[in-house]
Design a binder for this molecule. Structure first.
Ligand code: NAD
Ligand code: UDP
Length: 336
């Protein structure tokens, strides 16, 4: 029996592949390489001394999916595949709805046809919208402020309906907070195309000299130092959360939303200071106006994951930043 990881060549997927292979699981990666490099495969092999199966395919293609489900005996799916840039989603919303929502429906239909009804889905803290107060709890009302967030919310709703319609489904929607860091080997990490949108890859590229300076989006928020506060989580902890969720699926029928976060908030300026200390590099920055759509403070209530999955984070902020820096300095141009 194999596990299928859609989007398994990407940032979070590749770290999860490593965790699964090191637990002797048989892994099939299904990815169209829209936002990933094939070099990831060699790196995974270097870390684990094992080779996952790789199928180049698109979740929007029924034929591609049918083929992989016919060729492998898939017992469960972790569904990472999707487009994830918030800004881009407002410019090309139809591409986001097509790729993320239609592609996911395709996947769920093919899974049902092949009697594979165990699923872990990559959701996001973005589904808490802008009106809830942190710590964010799974029972809070959800909403979305951009097309990317809408796709996550729509898929969560589709999965709730699916589980209601057929009790054989076991589904966990993992709501990630802010994944950062990289594998300790420095061999795999986040590799954004073009200028990064997210804070950590931007800071890392300033530290390595690829970008001149960081723009800090606002210092007038109602937070201890005025800059935005987020719940940063080490990608290896996040990957381990997927292993725990997968193991739980066998005795967890229905559809469940679970936060994966640390429960702690860190400001932009704290990130800059920690990065400076870890890298020994200066991180020049300037304060610029707030970024549209940003909220002051986002962090998780993390107890449900502990109770239900027996999972909690193990790696602290200094490990997250040290590992980000190791990845960035060993691979100044990513996988190129
Ligand atoms: P990523 O872009 O590195 O990985 C996504 C992978 O999916 C890529 O390898 C890409 O090539 C692949 N893909 C995209 N469309 C596809 C398609 N139609 N068919 C097959 N493969 C396709 O992103 P990531 O950071 O690893 O995120 C993984 C998932 O987690 C995404 O669904 C993302 O929305 C979600 N998520 C990410 C974050 C974050 O901050 N990184 C936060 C919350 C949720
Ligand atoms: N941020 C920033 N400059 C950047 C990118 C991000 O000041 O170039 C801030 C942003 O306003 C937020 C935090 O860093 O307070 C995290 O932003 P990111 O885009 O990484 O995550 P998200 O906002 O989606 O949680």
């Amino acid at each position: 029996m194999s596990l299928l990881l859609t989007g398994g060549m990407g940032y979070i997927g590749s770290h999860t592949v490593v965790e699964l292979l090191s637990r002797d699981q048989d892994v099939v990666i299904f990815d169209n390489l829209a936002n990933a490099s094939e070099a990831v495969l060699t790196r995974i092999e270097q870390i684990t001394s094992r080779k996952p199966h790789f199928v180049k395919g698109d979740i929007c293609s029924r034929e591609d999916l049918e083929q992989v489900f016919s060729n492998f005996n898939i017992e469960a799916v972790i569904h990472f595949a999707g487009l994830k840039a918030v800004g881009e989603s407002t410019e090309i919303p139809l591409s986001y709805y097509h790729n993320n929502v239609s592609g996911s429906v395709n996947l769920f239909e093919v899974m049902a046809k092949h009697h594979c009804k165990r699923l872990v889905f990559s959701s996001s803290a973005t589904v808490y919208g802008e009106h809830n107060q942190s710590p964010l709890v799974e029972t809070m009302p959800t909403s979305a402020t951009n097309p990317y967030g809408q796709t996550k919310l729509m898929i969560e709703h589709i999965l709730q309906d699916l589980a209601k319609s057929d009790p054989q489904w076991s589904i966990v929607n993992l709501r990630y907070f802010n994944p950062i860091g990289a594998h300790q080997s420095g061999l795999i990490g986040e590799n954004p195309k073009g200028i990064p949108n997210n804070l950590l890859p931007y800071v890392a590229q300033v530290a390595v000299g690829r970008l001149a300076q960081l723009s800090v989006f606002g210092d007038d928020y109602d937070t201890p130092d005025g800059t935005g506060v987020r719940d940063y989580i080490h990608v290896v902890d996040l990957a381990k959360g997927h292993v725990k969720a997968l193991n739980k699926l066998t005795d967890l029928p229905g559809c469940h939303a679970i936060n994966l976060g640390t429960g702690n908030g860190t400001s932009v300026l704290e990130i800059v200071e920690t990065f400076k200390a870890a890298s020994g590099k200066d991180i020049p920055y300037q304060i610029v106006p707030r970024r549209a759509g940003d909220i002051a403070t986002v962090f998780a209530e993390a107890s449900k994951a502990k109770e239900l999955l027996n999972w909690q984070t193990e790696l602290d902020l200094s490990a997250m930043i040290a590992d980000t820096w190791r990845w960035q300095s060993m691979n100044p141009n990513g996988y190129e």
